[in-house]
Design a protein around this ligand. Structure first.
Ligand code: GDP
Ligand code: IMO
Ligand code: MG
Length: 434
């Protein structure tokens, strides 16, 4: 297997950063293919914590090429800030280690502002739209402009004339919109000057990423695709409208990077041993009691990007099984098993009830998603610690039973088991690259 795609199997924050870091040691190239700086991927290497939003997690390892693929929406100011922060942590970032696709659409300050304006308007007046609880990074508005064919792209930065032309098109849409919402118009010349200033830092890293990936493929290099968010936040398959604005499914690794779909060899779904969600939207197995609170505390479930508390609940095998099918997942990395240590009883959702009927899948309708009642199966917990376990013999029998039951219910094998934030605290069943 030369190429591996990593995707989140739930609502994000499954521990993708740690697993991508573990895999990136075995890869030559690490590629982001969707999303933007709404992602927050945490890596812990020898006690040092690295938090990455836009940069591929491979950047912290020397000698790898990190690629920001065309499917990513790039906020150049956020990029420069993140590069600076990582440089201060001793990470070398230059044209040898980072490549930004010339096809990426840009996130401008007006996108973040519109994201926030909409969220605040929805909070004040529900008829203006649902409160999504976005990261307010401008992700949705930037993808809207991309799909509407009026976005500025990274390749436009080469010429001030092109930037000015594209800004005019963009503002012809945004200024009337802002005015209608009661906000100031964007000053064209100031925006152009800001863009030209930041482009100096970005342009040296820009290239035709599809071409460089094709060369890497020809040379037999191992390519790792790092998904952001989770499949339940996918614009097509997630809990719409409480989703992000990109396709999160593994097949997007091909479209969002310019690699052929046939090049995606192994799809690894990163799956938390329970469930969390940040922001609003349906969550059938959510816990509102001290059990959920305990998961949040032991799992340190606070958003990497926004610091918000994550909602916590039981493992939902129906939803995760659906995700396995939708995304064609070969195997999973089951993370945060240690957070369940000391719990007397564990529940797994094995079906739903909706209006007196049983359902064996998660329906698409927003109302149905909000109204399904989980049907649980109960399992005995374990009192021993699994924290930092590196082999099956270190796991109590009930923990192994829990893992086996999950595999059975989601019809997908566990390839990697993670037992702490540290990169080497993992149990390997199958190396996705081999
Ligand atoms: P991502 O967005 O999927 O990369 O995940 P985040 O980094 O947002 O959140 C996952 C959090 O769990 C991070 O703080 C990780 O350091 C931590 N983590 C990852 N794997 C494990 C694990 O197996 N056990 C524990 N206790 N923490 C983990
Ligand atoms: P990683 O890669 C968890 C959520 C937001 C919100 C919804 C839409 O760290 O797993 P957006 O800003 O994308 O328009 O917000 O999606 N969201 C995430 N939740 N992890 C993420 O990324 C997320 N990225 C976006 O909270 O509910
Ligand atoms: Mg995260």
């Amino acid at each position: 297997m030369s190429n591996v795609v990593v995707v989140g199997s739930q609502w994000g924050d499954e521990g993708k950063g740690k697993i991508v870091d573990w895999l990136s040691e075995r890869a030559d190239v690490v590629v982001r293919f969707q999303g933007g700086h709404n992602a927050g991927h945490t890596l812990v290497i020898d006690g040092e914590v690295y938090k990455l939003s836009l940069l591929p997690s491979g950047i912290v390892r020397g000698g790898k090429l990190s690629v920001i693929g065309n499917g990513v929406v790039v906020d150049p100011w956020a990029l420069v800030k993140e590069m600076k922060k990582l440089s201060e942590q001793g990470v070398t970032i230059n044209a040898e280690s980072l490549l930004i696709s010339e096809g990426c659409s840009l996130i401008l300050p007006l996108h973040g502002e519109l994201d926030a304006i909409r969220e605040d308007a929805a909070k004040a007046k529900s008829e203006t739209g649902p409160v999504i609880g976005t990261t307010r990074r401008g992700i949705g508005p930037a993808y809207e402009d991309k799909v509407a064919r009026r976005a500025l792209r990274v390749c436009d930065l080469k010429s001030e004339e092109t930037v000015a032309k594209r800004v005019d098109v963009l503002l012809a849409h945004h200024n009337p919109l802002r005015k209608g919402l009661g906000f100031d118009e964007v000053n064209r010349d100031e925006l152009i000057a800001q863009i030209m200033e930041v482009s100096k830092h970005v342009l040296p890293l820009v290239g035709a990423s599809w071409k460089i990936l094709d060369e890497a493929k020809k040379e037999g290099k191992k390519i790792l695709f790092e998904g952001a968010q989770g499949i339940m936040l996918d614009i097509d398959h997630g809990t719409y409208p409480f989703v992000t604005s990109s396709n999160v499914v593994a097949s997007q690794a091909a479209g969002g990077s310019g690699m052929g779909a046939g090049s995606l060899d192994y799809i690894l779904g990163i799956t938390k041993a329970y469930t969390t969600r940040v922001g609003s939207g349906p969550f059938p197995t959510e816990l509102f009691d001290e059990v959920g609170q305990g998961l949040g505390e032991r799992g340190h479930e606070f958003g990497t990007v926004t610091g918000r508390s994550r909602r916590c609940g039981w493992f939902d095998a129906i939803m995760v099984r659906q995700v396995m099918k939708i995304s064609g997942i070969t195997g999973i990395a089951l993370t945060k098993l240690d957070v369940l240590d000391g719990m007397e009883e564990l529940k797994i959702c094995v079906g739903y009830e909706l209006n007196g009927e049983k359902l064996d899948y998660f329906p698409a309708s927003t109302d149905d998603q909000a109204n399904v009642k989980p049907i649980y199966e109960s399992m005995e917990g374990w009192s021993e610690s699994t924290f930092g376990a590196r082999s099956w013999v270190d796991l109590p029998a009930n923990a192994i039973k829990y893992v086996r039951r999950i595999e059975e219910l989601i019809e997908t094998p566990v390839a990697i088991l993670s037992t702490s934030p540290e990169r080497d605290d993992t149990i390997l069943v199958k190396n996705p690259f081999e």
